[in-house]
Design a binder for this molecule. Structure first.
Ligand SMILES: [Ca+2]
Length: 307
């Protein structure tokens, strides 16, 4: 039986791969795509989502959400994703129309109109929309099956020594989501930095041919350049599809229950996800951290999705 998901994203090169995977893999059913400011401004990431939907053949509703963090000023990720949020990639003009509903309303509507435990939320951007949905309709906490998110880090950050971009962009929203009491599975940098797209991945995708494959090859090249220039990676870590893959095939991942708190007031640690991995700490908590993956089989999922 396929798992119903709502993908909340800020495309973004790696969000694009997450969307392709979610649309094509038969183990998940994409109910809606919602957008949030993060990698770039809300109009830009929403435009990108519509263009990606065109390439990926997504027919689910696409709705725009929060234009900025709950409390703080927005700081986009232009150095990685460029001025458009998807630099270096040729995007078709979208023919699908944006859904008129606000993303937060759409999330609440879908979760409340499905059976409890049916819908999994998969956020791959800042957690603003998800936090707002919890505030707007607290009953979604008991109805959502699980939140599987890309964000955070148990060990090393990227925006700061300890903070990952999505969480640092809106730490107050992340705090709401991590402390709500529903099951949260955090696929952060600990695992996504292992999900690197080495040249053999690009070669496999290129060999498929066609519009979708060309799009992904272009996207991996642009992402590769940015990660080489800015963070010194030989091959780019493709973060966001990891969260989708955790829903599709959890057996490919090392997932450990652990208490997770979001640092809001640290002098040097704001936006850090504090993951308690001390062995004697009780593990009967609703939060889990993903620490490892079967890299080969992860890329098999992505390559199959493109095919
Ligand atoms: Ca993202």
């Amino acid at each position: 039986m396929s798992r119903k998901i709502i993908l909340d994203c800020d495309p973004g090169h790696d969000d694009a791969v997450a969307l392709l995977l979610a649309q094509a893999n038969p183990s998940v059913e994409l109910l809606a795509v919602t957008t949030v400011a993060g990698n770039q401004s809300l109009p830009k990431v929403t435009h990108n989502a519509l263009g990606i939907a065109e390439v990926a053949g997504i027919t689910a509703p696409i709705a725009a959400g929060a234009a900025g963090p709950l409390v703080r000023a927005a700081r986009f990720a232009g150095e990685i994703h460029g001025a458009s949020g998807l630099d270096g990639v040729s995007l078709p003009e979208p023919s699908v129309a944006l859904d008129p509903r606000h993303a937060v309303d759409l999330i609440v509507e879908l979760v409340m109109s499905h059976e409890p435990g049916e819908i999994t939320l998969v956020p791959t951007g800042p957690l603003t929309n998800i936090a707002l949905a919890v505030r707007r309709e607290p009953r979604i906490v008991d109805r959502v099956r699980e939140v599987v998110l890309m964000g955070g880090a148990a060990r090393t950050g990227n925006r700061t020594p300890v903070a990952e971009f999505n969480i640092l962009f809106d730490p107050e929203a992340a705090d709401v989501v991590f402390s709500a009491g529903w099951r949260v599975t955090m696929a952060g940098l600990d695992v996504t930095h292992q999900a690197v797209a080495t040249p053999d991945v690009a070669r496999r995708v290129a060999a498929i041919g066609g519009r979708k494959a060309d799009f992904v090859v272009e996207l991996l090249e642009a992402f590769g350049r940015a990660y080489r220039d800015v963070q010194g990676f030989d091959a780019p870590p493709v973060h966001d599809p990891v969260a989708v893959a955790v829903v599709i095939a959890p057996e490919l991942f090392e997932i450990v229950p652990a208490p997770i708190a979001v640092e809001l007031t640290g002098t040097h640690t704001t936006g850090m996800t504090v993951v308690d991995l001390r062995p004697w700490v009780p593990r009967d908590v609703p939060t889990r951290v993903v620490l490892g993956l079967d890299r080969g089989r992860f890329w098999d999922l992505v390559v199959d999705a493109v095919r």
